[in-house]
Design a protein around this ligand. Sequence first.
Ligand SMILES: [Zn+2]
Length: 303
Amino acid sequence: MEGRIIDLADARIRRGDHIVRGIAANGMVRAIAITARQTVQTAHENHSTSPLVTAALGRLLMAGLMMGTMSKADDELITLTVHGDGPIGGLTVTANNHGQAKGFANHPNVWLPPKADTHLDVGGGIGAGELSVVFDRPGIAPYSSQVELVSGEIGEDLTYYFAVSDQVPTSVGVGVLVDTDTSVRQAGGFIVQLMPGHFESLVDELEANLAAVTSVTDLLERGMSPSDLLGYVLRDMDYQELEVVPAEFHCGCDEARASRAVAALGERELRDMIEKGETAEVYCHFCGRRHYLALDELRELLR
Ligand SMILES: [Zn+2]
């Protein structure tokens, strides 16, 4: 009789937003996939984003989450910034390698007519501009690189970034499907990379497989999990899963951080505020939360 081992913790993670990492073709292919409906929904609620911006920010959030887990360093932060001349203006996402990310759009309430294929016009919302990627570790000077945007559709821009900056042939697919009530219906994506030393035949095989993926959200609508996505993209390539990590929208801001931000204004500014009887409000761009400091707390800071 055959038995099957079921890991309850693993099963619990797979019920919510999560990232899977794996390899295929004897390690010549490195692959990551994500499902993040709740993460993108949280971003939508925090920032009251329009469907177009929900899709744009959601795509970048998922890319950040996946790229975060590619980091070898436990304490590394990755920040993806998109600047464009379109009405959204820009997007910023910061992720760690524990499946946590936060992010915001410069203009969260942009509406544009859908494209001919009925998809949201993310490229039109972003426009022409550049993508910058910054790796940050405590005690080490941040490392950054920039590339021009290819289409502003995020997935294509990141694909180009990996080719230019890392010189690793990579395919990035990210998609967000927004429901008619503006809530997030589906959100997911994948990153597939060819490692140095791969056989040329593998390139053709992978390209043929990827050509069949016309829309990530269509695959998610069919009920595919991140594991299924990678199994589909890497079919007939001996795909093996290595790790599953829960994913979430997480901002580390709190009262203590807000206090430090106010203290950084300096003694003169603080005295001035207290004399005028003002209270302080600290707005967090990343999660949209507001932290308030009462007059007593300002006096405390001065001491
Ligand atoms: Zn925050």
